[in-house]
Ligand binder design. Sequence first.
Ligand code: EPZ
Length: 420
Amino acid sequence: MDKLEIHGGVPLSGEIRIAGAKNSALPIMASTLLTKDTVKVGNLPHLYDITTMLELLGCMGVESIVGEKLGVEICSEPIRHFSAPYDLVKTMRASILVLGPMLAHYGQAEVALPGGCAIGSRPVNLHLSALKKMGADINVENGYIEARTKGRLKGAHIFMDLVTVTGTENVMMAATLADGQTIIENAAREPEVVDLANCLKAMGAKIFGEGTDTITIDGVKELRGCEYSVMPDRIETGTYLIAVAATRGKIKIKDTRPSILESVLSKLEEAGAQIQLGEDWISLDMKGNQPRAVSLTTAPYPAFPTDMQAQFTALNAVAEGSGLITETVFENRFMHVHEMNRMGADLKVEGNTVLVKGKDILQGAPVMATDLRASASLIIAGLMSENQTTVDRIYHIDRGYECIEEKLQLLGAKIKRLPS
Ligand code: EPZ
């Protein structure tokens, strides 16, 4: 397994460009199952998860042609199998996103039940109960979800017990071809949900209220192909801003979207960062100062995103003062804490909160990644450590961060990949 070797203590500075958003690209790629026409998706990030989604669609017979500049043309017309196998689903939970569109367009879908992962049990009960309410017959047996519908799904008034991002996306996609109107209450408001809705509308879907907690979809008989470019990745953007703040450096981030990062930018300013914004760029400057520790609580958008909790924990670990980080979305998203404490950090977990007492610098150590965002936080900790840190199991990283060591090298980091 590849490892990353980091020699810390260097303030990062420079400019980087942000890739397309993984968590927008994945539902948009799944939505191509809703039409027999070709859908051209642009600005795709170079990530394992994107390749996995193409492999998943391909194993069902869907044709995809990867073009230049990270574009792909996807056509589901040749689809022959309606099954998402466990060996692919187990590597990427987002495979569940093919369930809604495949069921709505082809009347059948068999998807391996995603297991839990390092950050929590992550059930999909809300996806299934909503589709049942729309008239689907759903059985879960032998680790597979078997879904069928006679004729079109029916529009329904659905109240999501919890805010679920992919749950909202699955139901919204299914509802585009349903007979009648679907209302999703307590819907996820994440920008990636809005990006998916914009792509679906380009395919001819009738969707209203995306980005609010109530989304209304008037079903249509069929959807057409379109060309759509994926929005920038706000989590990648935030991760680099936090890494630069932790190392007391400065950065200009281009090809991004400041308007969807307000909660993160406000916390970075509270930590002492000087921030300037443009239409599609963000600059951050610490003026060489140590960041101040901040307290935060994660929650669904527009609150502070859970996908940046581990990174901010790393920032607090090398900040002045103490901060409380509370995780309310997932039940086990503190796996990075034990590894950071091995690097000399002073982190104490109490329930769903971690108390962080900042240090001037950490001690490099061999550490192990457990999930995508925890790996990023360990790299940030390594960038603020004396001597050497090696991060193992970085396949987690390659799922969600495009060319991370190259981008960090562009910012002056002493980091290299050690092939296994
Ligand atoms: C999406 O996961 C993202 N993944 C996650 O990003 C992100 O952390 C998460 O939303 C929260 O923002 C993609 O978009 C591909 P949820 P998702 O359903 O949709 C519970 C990353 O790092 N729940 O919003 O799977 C669930 O257990 C990844 O890029 C149910 O109980 O998350 C969790 O506690 C990690 N039943 C909470 O809701 C359900 O049917 C929110 O989960 C569905 C969810």
